[in-house]
Design a protein around this ligand. Structure first.
Ligand SMILES: Cc1ncc(COP(=O)(O)O)c(C=O)c1O
Length: 371
């Protein structure tokens, strides 16, 4: 006799589809028998600069301690973040990537009978984390692919415990300004936790008028700002993110956090990365130049896209993008299909180095010319 262990899973989990990450270079190389060195991956919004040299030497210094458990309280990193953002260390929660933070919030605050509000086309982990704990996910129709904040407010009811906002959002790159955030936070019921996911905030440039969520923490005790070292800080492989919130919310999240959720190398690397402001600046400049390069190249190919403030851009092919994706893969270029987000005519392209962007544009031009 065999048991149906899918049927035995919680109802929310039974209906989940696993998160689909960008295809790894080695996987494509194996599948198509390609030389990994010739493959360009612009699929996971990673930092094309490569790791900071300061981070690499800090990690070297931490290697002899591998036999020891990490500092489960992440003292040094919390101190560094507290100083950087003018909060107390008690307001910082560390996560195994910022995905972990999103999961901690869902586990601590959501349950069957409760709901979380997020936008259509918002980051896929919000519905996954919500459904995994048996809560209802309310996807509010987007406005021009971005968050419709007034409609999201209207979707909140007595059973709403969490609102997830992504600014800028992935995969659309859309954003909202400070006034919109201020109006939203002022109107949200005080018992609703607003998770402001700022995974890409370091790419924002002066004059963009994107809010710095940290500036709102003192006035809105129901706000949690989540950030990551995976993108602009270039540490995606190490998995380290963090939340800034009231000390009480941080205390709650720490009750469900695994004791050693951030490993020693990640802790050490994040402290070094935070101090390496030149690296951040170089990444931002590379991203701006790369965004312009892609926009110009896409325009030359007669394509349209959603304006983005992240390190990626969603390109609209105005027809099923799956065959185009397949042809790009055959040519050794990995981008990200977003049909799973309900955007089957789009492909999301991460900003790479100048050479990577040029290769993508050249291959795309050939693929489209063949049609
Ligand atoms: C909007 C958004 N939030 C959070 C994350 C999670 O990143 P990480 O777990 O690497 O910090 C991502 C990653 O792609 C993202 O796009």
């Amino acid at each position: 006799m065999s048991c149906d262990f899918l049927a035995l899973a919680q109802p929310g989990v039974q209906k989940l589809s696993p998160y689909v990450p960008g295809k790894p270079v080695d996987e494509l190389a194996r599948e198509l028998n390609l030389d990994p060195a010739g493959i360009v991956k612009l699929a996971s919004n990673e930092n094309p600069l490569g790791p900071s040299s300061q981070v690499l030497s800090a990690i070297q210094g931490a290697l002899p301690e591998l036999t020891r458990y990490p500092d489960g309280n992440g003292f040094e990193l919390k101190q560094a973040l507290a100083v950087r953002y003018d909060v107390t260390a008690a307001q910082v929660t560390l996560g195994n990537g910022s995905n972990d933070i999103l999961d901690l919030v869902a586990r601590a605050y959501l349950a069957p009978g409760l709901n979380a509000v997020f936008s259509q086309f918002a980051f896929a982990v919000y519905p996954i984390a919500t459904q995994a704990v048996g809560a209802e996910g309310r996807a509010v129709p987007a406005k021009a692919y971005g968050h419709d904040l007034p409609a999201m407010l209207a979707a909140i009811d007595a059973n709403t415990r969490v609102v997830f906002l992504a600014n800028p959002n992935n995969p659309t790159g859309t954003w909202f300004d400070s006034q919109a955030l201020e109006a939203f936070l002022s109107a949200v019921p005080e018992q609703v936790l607003v998770v402001l996911d700022e995974a890409y905030i370091e790419y924002v440039e002066a004059g963009d008028n994107l809010p710095d969520g940290v500036q709102f923490l003192a006035r809105f005790p129901n706000l949690l700002v989540s950030r990551t070292f995976s993108k602009a800080y270039g540490l995606a492989a190490l998995r380290v993110g963090y939340a800034l919130s009231s000390a009480q919310i941080a205390d709650v999240l720490n009750r469900v956090r695994q004791p050693f959720n951030v490993n020693s190398l990640a802790l050490t690397a994040a402290v070094a990365a935070l101090a390496d402001t030149d690296y951040l600046e170089a990444g931002r400049a590379l991203n701006s130049a790369g965004m312009r390069q892609l926009e110009q190249g896409l325009a030359a190919l007669g394509l349209s896209w959603i304006a983005s403030k992240g390190n990626f851009i969603a390109v609209d092919f105005a027809r099923d993008a799956a065959p185009i994706n397949q042809a790009l893969l055959q040519a050794g270029v990995i981008v990200r299909p977003v049909a799973g987000y309900g955007m089957p005519t789009f492909l999301r392209v991460s900003i790479g180095t100048e050479a990577e962007n040029a290769r993508f544009l050249a291959v795309l031009g050939q693929v489209l010319a063949r049609d």
